[in-house]
Design a protein around this ligand. Structure first.
Ligand SMILES: Cc1ncc(COP(=O)(O)O)c(C=O)c1O
Length: 379
């Protein structure tokens, strides 16, 4: 049996999503900018998709922009705010962000912007007192990850938002891992920008959303035609827009059911490791409301993480070594370093991310294989 336990890295397109998309590849292929019926028809589909997503996230349809994915949304949010005409040039982020954020900030730093990193504790929670002390009248933007892709930590966005209001600092939230796991109510969250990526919740790779609160002063990143309310040029990817909309509808409708299952399976996996006498350290918060459901970032003493990932792969169990977005590198993850994992455990980490399509049978089988492989390695 092969078991895919790398859902934080990507998910497959679900059957319902694919079926919703298919007509827009061949039959309804018009260009939404065309003035004839073939174009008008798909333009209506894009408008409807925008409205549906706005309803799901509780915002206005004029605040939803389709992009090519999480990385583009994050780049647009951070650079778009940085490049507006302002006296402010300080940006605060954290050391546990995705590279889409870290490398964008590094790029801006080379241009003269000042980037500061708010401290995180050993479970990956942002130290809110430290963040409060860093925000000052010159802070243009705070950019934080809502749910960490490696260790699953869920941040208190409402509190962070309150801190940002002190000096009218913009807040961007990387919610790429959050959709279909955490309820996103933009009326309550009070953020200015929020990034989403479709392939994390059964839409295709290469489609995302950027929420931009009305009234936000942001520069465009991609120049050309007048698509996306005149803010993001390029002929719209209609099938993928339909796909991300359908996937979000399904993911949000089933959020409680999926989460309960993912919590359950995570507990089953850890209980089986305990029963087998395997010593492990769960990096990040305890399983519960402050941890992304289905995320288990585990370190096993005396085990080499990349070797374990390799051996499991040979046995058909697909997990990630550290951050899968970066799995080509075998360097210790920046997130694991930032939360000061014990040196005995730092090189022995794997990330298991259970998904909405994972079954209990797969979990028990994969756990058995993990236990056997670790025991072999320790002997
Ligand atoms: C938290 C987070 N942000 C951003 C991204 C980048 O998204 P995309 O792959 O859609 O560019 C990822 C992808 O793994 C992610 O996990």
């Amino acid at each position: 049996m092969n078991v895919y336990l790398d859902n934080a890295s990507t998910t497959g397109v679900s059957k319902e999503v694919l079926e919703a998309m298919l007509p827009y590849f061949q039959d309804d292929f018009g260009n939404p900018s065309s003035l004839h019926d073939k174009g008008i028809q798909v333009r209506k589909v894009i408008n409807q998709s925008r409205s549906t997503i706005a309803d799901l996230l509780h915002c206005d349809k004029s605040e939803i922009y389709f992009t090519s994915g999480g990385t583009e949304s994050i780049n647009w949010a951070i650079k778009g705010i940085a490049f507006q005409d302002t006296e402010k040039y300080e940006i605060i982020t954290t050391p546990i962000e995705h590279h889409a954020t870290l490398n964008t900030c590094e790029f801006l730093e080379k241009m003269g912007y000042v980037i500061t990193y708010a401290q995180v504790d050993e479970k990956g929670f942002i130290d809110l007192d430290n963040l409060a002390s860093l925000i000052n009248p010159g802070t243009l933007l705070v950019s934080v990850i809502m749910a960490n892709n490696e260790i699953g930590t869920i941040q208190n966005i409402e509190e962070i938002s309150k801190l940002c209001q002190t000096y009218n600092t913009y807040l961007h939230v990387d919610a790429v891992q959050a959709v279909s796991h955490i309820e996103i109510d933009l009326r309550k969250l009070n953020v200015d920008l929020l990034s989403i990526s479709g392939h994390k919740f059964h839409a295709p790779k290469g489609i995302g959303v950027l929420y931009i609160k009305n009234g936000t002063n942001i520069q465009n990143l991609i120049h050309g035609g007048q698509q996306e309310l005149n803010h993001r040029a390029g002929t719209e990817n209609v099938p993928y827009i339909v796909g991300i909309t359908k996937a979000m509808e399904i993911g949000i409708k089933k959020i409680d059911m999926y989460n309960e299952r993912l919590y359950n399976y995570s507990q089953v996996l850890l209980a089986e490791l305990d029963d087998a006498g395997i010593k492990y350290h769960l990096n990040g918060p305890e399983i519960g409301v402050h941890r992304l459901p289905g995320n288990l970032n585990l370190s096993f003493k005396g085990i080499d993480g990349p070797v374990l990932t390799y051996l499991l792969n040979k046995r058909g169990i697909y997990v990630s070594n550290g951050s899968a977005c970066d799995s080509k590198s075998i360097e210790v993850s920046h997130v694991i370093k930032a939360i000061n994992v014990n040196p005995d455990y730092i090189n022995s980490t794997i990330r298991i991310s259970i998904g909405s399509e994972t079954t209990l049978e797969q979990i028990t089988y994969a756990t058995r294989v993990i236990i056997d492989t670790i025991k072999e390695q320790l002997n």
